[in-house]
Design a protein around this ligand. Structure first.
Ligand code: USQ
Length: 382
């Protein structure tokens, strides 16, 4: 298949590009290095410096003999998107090209505006470029479980049946996001749903939970192919942060009471899920929503697991509850359905002790590069 990956330089975009190219697909990765710029601006550089996208594609080709096409450009620019879609005519587009950090979006007006403009414009351009240049193309959009928030009822897989005064209908499940970043994903879903209804585009919206890990079959071939692994308070997700904190010998930063529960998944499962969505496309005129995670954990449970394994490895891990910089429920009901991807064939890689130990061992190799000044939260919600 011809697959366009938007945000191809990112934590998920680059491993996805490698994984699909390794399987023989014709892959084109587009990125404008926005995240690298924002990371530099906020002193939040990744643990392991990674070569630019052109260089990474060159290294990947030298190692595997497979090509990844690269376009450096902005997906929020419709002229560029028209050219890319017009020339490449993808069968599927995997849209990761969004500002992915909740804390970044809460820093102030400039960062909020940048998040809103980038994320909404990129999604809007994808929809129009598909309609004009590749009408049969399947849009695979990375959404987030955070769109649903933490309601006091079960979270369904995208849709909910509502009965009211003796009549019933099916609606998008109510969304109530906890950051401006997460809110842009809600708005993306609404945009997609509008064009699905009116113009018959085919869309899979993946409601993904926080991802962890840095090892994938292709990344393991050469360390220059590793994904951008962040452990800072702005771009690092909680599991990757706790693993790095354990290695650095600083206390694990549990925000508040630590009862915040989310659905987590291994980076390798993101690769599986996206491929499963791609090989089992949504129908024209369908907005298919899949909840993309494999296990539920509270923050305290993650900290406990990292500590148990880290201690066995002699790291002497400490856990500390610090004031929560975010506005979020710290103790709440959470039960989210996630059968869609399992039915498509997902074989989960669970967070076993061996997996945690493997990640810790990997990070230990880069211990000297950890900057502990990047660990404590610098952004508050209020
Ligand atoms: N947390 C801590 N300590 C930390 C960091 C985070 O207790 O040092 C807590 C947060 O307060 C939150 C939970 O851990 O309750 C998850 O935080 P996170 O930073 O791992 O995840 P989040 O900000 O929600 O965003 C990440 C990705 C985002 C993706 C989202 C999926 O950055 O792109 O959409 O995970 S989800 O969380 O399901 O919305």
């Amino acid at each position: 298949m011809r697959i366009l990956i938007l945000g191809g330089d990112g934590y998920l975009g680059w491993p996805t590009a490698m994984s699909l190219a390794a399987k023989g697909h014709d892959v084109c990765a587009v990125d404008n290095y926005l995240r690298r710029e924002m990371a530099l601006e906020t002193n939040s550089e990744a643990l392991i410096p990674s070569p630019n996208l052109d260089d990474r594609a060159g290294i990947f080709e030298a190692v595997t003999g497979k090509k990844i096409r690269v376009v450096i450009g902005d997906c929020a620019d419709y002229t560029l998107m028209s050219r890319v879609f017009g020339e490449f005519k993808p069968n599927a587009v995997i849209h990761y090209a969004e500002q992915p950090s909740a804390p970044y979006s809460m820093m102030g007006f400039t960062e909020a505006r940048k998040t809103l403009n980038n994320n909404l414009n990129a999604t809007f351009n994808v929809i129009w470029a598909v309609m004009k240049f590749a009408p049969d193309c399947h849009i695979i959009k990375l959404g987030t479980m955070g769109e649903y928030g933490t309601p006091n009822i079960d979270i369904e897989e995208g849709w909910i049946e509502i009965e009211r005064n003796g009549r019933s209908d099916k609606f998008l499940y109510p969304r109530q996001a906890g950051s401006l970043y997460h809110t842009t994903k809600v708005l993306d879903t609404d945009l997609l749903w509008f064009y699905v209804r009116t113009h018959g585009v085919r869309v899979t919206d993946l409601m993904q939970g926080p991802v962890y890990g840095l090892s994938t079959p292709q990344a393991d071939m050469d360390e220059r192919l590793l994904p951008n692994f962040h452990y800072d308070d702005i771009f690092g997700t909680v599991v990757n942060r706790f693993l790095t904190q354990a290695v650095a010998g600083v206390p694990l930063t549990v925000y508040g009471k630590g009862g915040q529960t989310r659905g987590y998944l291994n980076l390798n499962d993101t690769l599986q899920c996206v491929e499963l969505a791609m090989t089992n496309p949504a129908q024209a005129g369908q907005l298919r929503i899949l909840n993309q995670f494999t296990e539920l954990f509270s923050v305290n449970e993650i900290a406990g697991r990292v500590k148990a394994v880290g201690d066995r490895m002699g790291l002497n891990v400490r856990i500390e509850s610090i004031q929560n910089p975010r506005k979020e429920k710290e103790e709440h009901y959470y039960n989210a359905k996630h059968s869609g991807l399992l039915e498509l064939g997902l074989k989960p890689n669970y967070m076993t002790d061996d997996v945690v130990a493997g990640m810790l061992e990997r990070i230990i190799k880069y211990r000297g590069m950890i900057d502990t000044k990047k660990i404590m939260p610098r952004v508050r919600w209020s």
